[in-house]
Design a binder for this molecule. Structure first.
Ligand SMILES: [Fe+2]
Length: 296
């Protein structure tokens, strides 16, 4: 979902943002064919590029290839691991409602699926992104705790009127569970939902020379701004998936507070402490303090 970036928008409580999926009446054969097409094409690519934890999660969840999954069935599958519940969302869910849901182990996911016309890059809101990208990792207790803890921290920052802290907390989420990469067997593999559900971003993040690839450092990540409507100028790469799981112990609000006097870093900007895995060709051609827009 988009909401982790919408931290500057005023919160408006809307009664109609959470809805029943109404699976039997909402979807027609075209909707299911769209799911099947995306599942077939992206699935093939993501099987080769996703990390083993993501692929294991997919096997456990048993997403069907032909029909849009029922949210109640996904919740049932998750009941044996972490107990997350998938709830239907209508358009954009206001921040306070969205994070309250996450803090209570309920993941609002779009009932609407993207159109095939624009399917090469993630659109929001989009059922395929939400289900295909996010559900597999929800089987892991540590990821469950990270999501809840991050949401609690976001709610605290919002209630205290601290958008500066909310942006840092959102960056921790964005650069992990949306656009996170991890080293595995000498390769760079995907675990972030935004990448895993976008064929162009899979290729851009894992096989292109343009983006910076930098070893993951949480403080550095939380200071980094991002553009959620484009591929990233910089991706952060975990040494292993346990590094992600260790974030379950982090209080993101306190961590953001500890960084409040540190300057933020623009997308694509490098800093001296960066452990570079790949110096992106974009950064080599651009002054380090320019905000980059990456076109693919
Ligand atoms: Fe997402």
């Amino acid at each position: 979902m988009l909401n982790h970036a919408a931290v500057d928008q005023p919160t408006r409580l809307e009664d109609n943002s959470l809805v029943d999926q109404e699976w039997a009446t909402r979807y027609n054969e075209t909707s299911h064919a769209t799911w099947a097409s995306l599942f077939g094409s992206i699935g093939q690519l993501s099987q080769k590029t996703s990390c083993s934890s993501f692929i294991h999660g997919q096997k456990v969840i048993q997403l069907g290839a032909e029909r849009i999954p029922k949210f109640e069935d996904l919740s049932e599958q998750l009941s044996t691991s972490t107990g997350w519940e998938i709830v239907g969302a209508n358009g954009f869910v206001p921040d306070e409602i969205f994070f309250t849901q996450l803090a209570n182990k309920k993941f609002p996911m779009s009932c609407e699926i993207r159109s095939l016309d624009g399917s090469q890059f993630q659109e929001y809101p989009d059922l395929f992104h939400d289900v295909y990208g996010h559900v597999p990792l929800l089987i892991y207790p540590e990821v469950s705790e990270i999501l809840q803890s991050n949401a609690r921290s976001m709610l605290k920052a919002i209630k205290l009127g601290r958008p500066d802290l909310a942006r840092k907390i959102a960056s921790a989420y964005w650069f992990t569970l949306e656009v996170g990469l991890v080293k595995e067997h000498g390769d760079i593999r995907v675990y972030g939902a935004a990448i895993a559900s976008s064929p162009k971003e899979i290729m851009f993040a894992t096989a292109d020379k343009r983006p910076n690839l930098i070893s993951f450092d949480l403080d550095r990540v939380m200071r980094t701004e991002y553009d959620m409507l484009d591929v990233q100028a910089t991706y952060f790469v975990l040494n292993d998936i346990d590094t992600l799981k260790n974030l379950a112990n982090v209080d993101f609000f306190e961590r953001a507070l500890s960084l409040e006097n540190m300057p933020t870093l623009a997308p694509g900007e490098l800093c001296p402490s960066d452990e570079l895995i790949q110096l992106g060709s974009i950064s080599q051609q651009t002054k380090s303090n320019e905000i980059l827009t990456v076109q693919i």
